[in-house]
Ligand binder design. Structure first.
Ligand code: C5P
Length: 298
């Protein structure tokens, strides 16, 4: 017997970052949108103990030890229910690795849901979300999906209404960027300045609620973008190429280095993807849309 969970990637349509807190994290106003790039995590009983395997184009970049959030999710759930995490977790990976699209967090949420179903723990939804928050700031959103405002370090979620489908192109870059390194660069770049309290933009929330791509394009913002560009200056060329190709707006996805391009329609997205792909400024491109549901048993 095994359980498979499908889980989406995310893009941050607003990522407002406050000053570093005493615990090293940053308070955020983080507007997440789940988009249709997916990982699948399959949990199968493993009498030999916890084991993680991974397949997909970038599988060699995924750690298979206890640092993998999927493994940590299984261990956290097992510890809470006084059992051993005797499970084989297989990750079929399609979300870019260390790409700023919450791929690792997605696998954590998916593994948690899969193990919960496999072990029939009877855990409540709030309990599962509490474990997600312990695993990482973006993990609760991977579980919930759709669109949500994350406050605190991003883990305290308010679900948001979305009045339509938004069409996106994502440009994948060579290699990843470390999220802690990008936050450290944010601290360095903002040192000595007054970093304001992060607040969600009312105009952006209205644009989401109306499903208005033009209004959303005018309000997209990522406070980590200067830090990601500072660490990876070539991303500026990718952003410029996508805008020149007709995207309504371009931004770095989360901590990068994936870049995101909001388009007017599915057809416009296909066109932008084609031009971006030929531009030589990225490794590959993906066309997709959101919002989509969070982690789901398939
Ligand atoms: O929560 P998560 O483990 O995903 O965070 C990874 C790293 O990103 C943290 O260790 C921290 O360096 C940085 N981070 C932060 N502020 C947040 C979320 C993450 O500084 N709100």
């Amino acid at each position: 017997m095994s359980v498979t969970v499908r889980v989406p990637a995310k893009v941050n349509v607003q990522l407002a970052v406050g000053a570093a807190r005493p615990d090293g994290f940053h308070d955020l106003a983080n507007v997440f949108l789940a988009v249709g790039l997916y990982d699948e995590v399959t949990a199968t009983p493993s009498p030999g103990g916890l084991r993680v395997t991974c397949s997909g184009p970038d599988a060699d970049q995924v750690p298979l030890d206890r640092t993998n959030l999927a493994a940590r999710a299984a261990e956290a759930l097992a510890a809470r229910y006084g059992r051993t995490p005797d499970v084989h977790l297989h990750i079929a990976k399609d979300i870019p690795v260390a790409g700023g699209m919450a791929g690792g967090s997605a696998d954590g949420a998916a593994a948690l849901l899969a193990c919960d179903a496999l072990w029939q723990t009877g855990a409540s939804r709030p309990e599962l979300l509490e474990i997600c928050a312990e695993l990482g700031s973006d993990v609760p959103f991977s579980m919930v999906g759709g669109a949500a405002l994350g406050t605190g370090r991003g883990e305290m979620l308010t679900e948001l209404e979305v009045g339509g489908t938004f069409h996106w192109v994502f440009a994948l870059a060579d290699g990843g960027l470390s999220t802690p390194a990008v936050f450290r660069e944010f601290d360095r770049l903002t040192e000595g300045t007054d970093v304001s309290e992060p607040v969600a933009s009312p105009e952006l929330l209205t644009a989401l609620a109306k499903g208005d791509a033009h209004a959303l394009a005018a309000t997209l913002v990522n406070d980590l973008q200067p830090a990601a560009l500072s660490l990876r200056p070539s991303l500026a060329d990718t952003l410029a190429a996508g805008t020149a190709a007709g995207a309504l707006a371009a931004l770095v996805s989360g901590s990068g280095p994936t870049t995101a391009f909001l388009c007017e329609s599915a057809a416009a997205a296909e066109k932008v993807a084609k031009t971006l792909s030929a531009s030589g400024t990225c490794r590959s491109v993906r066309v997709t849309a959101g919002p989509v549901p969070g982690a789901t048993i398939v």
